[in-house]
Design a protein around this ligand. Structure first.
Ligand SMILES: [Zn+2]
Length: 436
């Protein structure tokens, strides 16, 4: 399903056409796609949809030569610091090196703020921003020693954390973060919710109040229900999810009404719906094409998430581009119910939300219809087990088998991010996509 074309401006179509024709002509990797292009006489949407999907494996295999536009003086741009190479975090199979263009990244971020009235107000003039995420994703890392406050400041940013995991935080780190928020007085707190909830749980349990920024932006991961519960006990400012990646810049921004709006000045999005039994016409994956970055052209990249479209107009008034009801979570973290239907991380989280006193879980689908779940809970397992199994049965089916055990904490992945569900038997994404 494609939204009506009047949701996209003529400038958006012009940018799409310009990127398509230049990429197929001037960029070595995409030249191989030319044979699949139905040609200049066809609508631009149809031409995009005829092209293959760009994956991380393609970038790894053909980087950098395959992605350098014909005639671009890359060596000079690298030498002058206009661009640099950056590697993403994670295991060897997850890591990708990309071309980083700070100027384009900053412009993409500024445009994304315009999609949320609170953020556009908070960022009108020079603003202070505190960042809280894994040091594998942002800032400098030191898992054994501590980095001084002054050395974690850069321009108008303060990096609150230098550890690869919140499980490395000791009492002194929690105290330090609370004091530094009061000292730095950020307008914006940009945080990975898997890290922020740890801080909020500490503050709540120790009855400490935190500096209230004008807004919190969730990045790197989606907020889960138990995380939001802790965060909302401590912060009463507006919160918004920002969705993007190193390859793509800022793709969607949540508005004050809880929907996510496409950053149409900087990205084109193509939507591929799932088959009806796996979610229907409004749920699917997105393929993203970047606009306006002269040094790195990404076309139809799959960032690896499942989204749900919003079909009703949003009360914020934002009309252009795709509007999402929700990001359902990473496809790699999806599982399947007893009958093989796709279950997204958000669907699982919605079910677990009904279980009181949960502070995290890690579910693994071991085989079709068999699931093992480790749960962090504030009450004895004997009391929680029945509630957990009932919640899981609603999602996976009454016939499914569940193995429940308690744990003290969920460990992060090698990337410093957290995975709360996965399957050992998940088929390829193409198994779930609607075939025409
Ligand atoms: Zn909106």
């Amino acid at each position: 399903m494609q939204l009506p074309t009047n949701n996209f401006s003529s400038a958006y179509h012009a940018s799409s056409l310009e990127v398509l024709e230049r990429s197929l002509k001037d960029i070595p990797f995409y030249r191989a796609w030319r044979a699949l292009d139905p040609g200049a006489g066809r609508p631009v949407d149809e031409r995009f949809q005829a092209l293959p999907v760009l994956g991380k494996a393609d970038i790894r295999q053909y980087f950098p030569g395959g992605f350098i536009p014909q005639g671009a003086d890359f060596d000079t741009a690298l030498a002058r610091g206009i661009i640099e190479y950056v590697a993403t975090s994670g295991t060897t199979s997850e890591q990708v090196t990309n071309i980083w263009n700070q100027q384009w990244w900053d412009a993409s971020e500024r445009a994304s703020w315009q999609l949320n009235r609170v953020l556009s107000d908070a960022t009108k003039s020079e603003h202070r921003e505190a960042l809280l995420g894994s040091a594998l994703s942002i800032g400098d890392i030191d898992d054994t020693g501590d980095i001084a406050y002054e050395d974690r400041l850069w321009k108008n940013y303060l990096f609150l954390n230098e550890k690869s995991s919140p499980l490395l935080w000791q009492e002194k780190h929690y105290r330090r973060m609370i004091e530094e928020l009061a000292r730095f007085q950020p307008d914006i707190l940009e945080a990975n919710p898997s890290y922020l909830w740890h801080l909020c749980r500490y503050a709540s349990q120790h009855n400490v109040s935190l500096h209230q920024p004008r807004a919190i932006i969730y990045t790197y991961e989606l907020p889960f229900a138990w995380q939001k519960r802790w965060i909302q006990r401590v912060f009463d400012c507006p919160c918004a999810s920002s969705y993007g990646s190193t390859e793509l810049g800022y793709v969607f921004m949540e508005c004050p009404y809880g929907r996510l709006h496409q950053n149409t000045r900087f990205v084109r999005v193509d939507f591929q719906p799932l088959a009806p039994e796996h979610g229907g016409h409004d749920m699917g994956r997105i393929l993203v094409t970047t606009f306006g970055n002269p040094w790195y052209q990404i076309v139809r990249f799959d960032p690896g998430d499942i989204v749900r479209l919003s079909e009703a107009p949003c009360a914020c008034g934002g009309r252009e581009g795709f509007v999402l009801e929700a990001i359902e979570g990473r496809f790699a973290y999806c599982t399947q119910d007893y009958r093989g239907r796709l279950i997204t991380p958000r669907r699982l989280d919605a079910a677990m939300q009904g279980v009181d006193g949960i502070s995290g879980y890690s579910l693994v689908q071991e085989a079709p219809g068999e699931y093992a779940i480790r749960v962090c809970a504030d009450k004895p397992l004997s009391q929680a087990r029945e509630e957990i199994v009932t919640a899981l049965q609603r999602v996976y089916g009454i016939e499914a088998k569940f193995f429940v055990e308690f744990c003290d904490a969920i460990q992060p992945e090698p990337s410093g991010k957290f995975c709360y569900s996965r399957s050992k038997c998940l088929p390829d994404i193409n198994h779930f996509i609607r075939t025409r």
